[in-house]
Design a protein around this ligand. Structure first.
Ligand SMILES: Cc1cc2nc3c(=O)[nH]c(=O)nc-3n(C[C@H](O)[C@H](O)[C@H](O)COP(=O)(O)OP(=O)(O)OC[C@H]3O[C@@H](n4cnc5c(N)ncnc54)[C@H](O)[C@@H]3O)c2cc1C
Length: 368
């Protein structure tokens, strides 16, 4: 297998790096774009990326995208995370794009995918107070009324709900003995909130045309998107881990203690050598799973998708925590990016299926 990037992919990476350096390369620019680091997504910056054709990288040309591959999307996520571009809305948008591409009607594709390529954000609501890792046990209901649906229930931790154009709600349309049967995906309009939102659905109306894919087949549809969802989260965290490494490396070369750069101490050198090795392995794994998805986007890859989410998020977490330690008190200070990288890395082993759940899935594929 060829692990090298094509000339076009290398040019794409260089263009993203250059954009991030120009638009959000300094602390001052990033503070301004994020309302002093209180917001994860900047709409104007995101739409600029839409104008450059980058947001539609995986979307077919007939819906306004550039018809690229998952590997291109992974390069985009890695480089924008590494460049600290505040585009926190992209990951859930790409997850919804995948589901829409796979199961949407022509009308839904034209509307949702076209909007995404131009800079619209989309959100997905699965998690409930009593249904986290065990998402199949969710109880939010959608009842048929007057040819449409009425939704009732509560969702928690819905990323980007505030800024999304729609929220794709996973809800129960049929009660069955098998908890995985009878789920559906239904779009509702957005509602407000903070970075992640609680949604109280108390009689929210949705027309028949808001159903994505087949009624009662929501679980199968969710599973079909898991390869891509886990890969997306991995690629994003690869950039975060790499940025933590880059910042720590630059710091240990500059910072002097005991009359010499702290990077001249072997204790720190070995840690950076380990991190460089692990990040390289994480990158190869991400590109490997992306190329497997590109070979056949419909093939289920439960083991590979769980492995890449598990390994890359845990590597990013290690890089950020080690980075903070190597920067001493300054790693903890909000003047530097490291403490924000640590927070982003810490939560990445929780959302999108915790590390424990990824290990359970991998173990299952081993016949355990
Ligand atoms: C920042 C953030 C953004 C999020 N965005 C979204 C979103 O956009 N949409 C959405 O639907 N959800 C979202 N989530 C929810 C996220 O997917 C859930 O938090 C996650 O799946 C875990 O569920 P839980 O928090 O209820 O934890 P629980 O399921 O209660 O787990 C608690 C602990 O028990 C462990 N555990 C549970 N079951 C098992 C088991 N069988 N074996 C071993 N260990 C187990 C877990 O690994 C974990 O350590 C987000 C969460 C966060 C924090």
């Amino acid at each position: 297998m060829d692990f090298g990037l094509t000339d076009a992919q290398q040019d794409f990476v260089a263009a993203i790096r250059d954009f991030c350096r120009r638009e959000c390369g300094t602390q001052e620019q990033r503070a301004e774009l994020t309302n002093s680091h209180t917001e994860a997504h900047n709409d104007a910056l995101y739409r600029k990326m839409g104008e450059l054709g980058w947001l539609g990288v995986t979307i077919p040309e007939e819906y306004g995208g550039s018809g690229g591959r998952m590997l291109d999307a992974c390069l985009f996520m890695e480089e924008t995370s590494r460049g600290l571009a505040p585009i926190g809305g992209y990951a859930t948008t790409l997850i919804v794009a995948g589901a829409t591409q796979r199961f949407g009607t022509e009308e839904q594709k034209a509307d949702v995918l076209g909007g995404i390529a131009n800079g619209n954000v989309e959100a997905i609501a699965m998690t409930e107070p009593e249904a986290g890792s065990d998402v199949g046990s969710l109880t939010t209901s959608a009842e048929r009324v007057n040819g449409g649906f009425v939704l009732r229930g509560q969702k928690v931790f819905c990323s980007n709900a505030r800024i999304a154009r729609h929220i794709l709600v996973v809800c129960r349309t049929t009660k069955a003995d098998d908890k995985h049967h009878g789920l559906s995906m239904i779009w509702i309009p957005t509602m407000g909130g903070r970075e992640t939102a609680h949604l109280y659905l108390d009689g929210v109306e949705a027309p028949e045309s808001a159903v994505l894919g087949e009624l009662d087949q929501g679980w199968t549809q969710l599973m079909a998107g898991l390869n891509v969802e886990r890969l997306i989260l991995a690629a994003t965290m690869l950039g975060i881990g790499q940025r933590a490494f880059d910042d720590a490396l630059a710091y240990v070369k500059e910072r002097r203690q005991f009359g010499r750069p702290i990077g001249s101490f072997q204790a720190l050198q070995h840690r950076l050598a380990d991190l460089a090795t692990e990040l390289h392995a994480a990158r190869l794994m991400t590109h490997w799973v992306a190329s497997k998805v590109d070979e056949d986007p419909d093939r289920m890859l439960p083991r590979e998708a769980s492995m890449v989410k598990l390994f890359v998020t845990e590597t990013a977490q290690k890089a950020a925590l080690e980075g903070m330690q190597m920067m001493g008190g300054y790693g903890y200070s909000s003047e530097y990016d490291m403490e924000r990288l640590v927070r982003q890395a810490l939560v990445s082993t929780i959302y999108g299926g915790t590390s424990e759940i990824q290990r359970n899935i991998i173990a299952k594929t081993l016949g355990l």
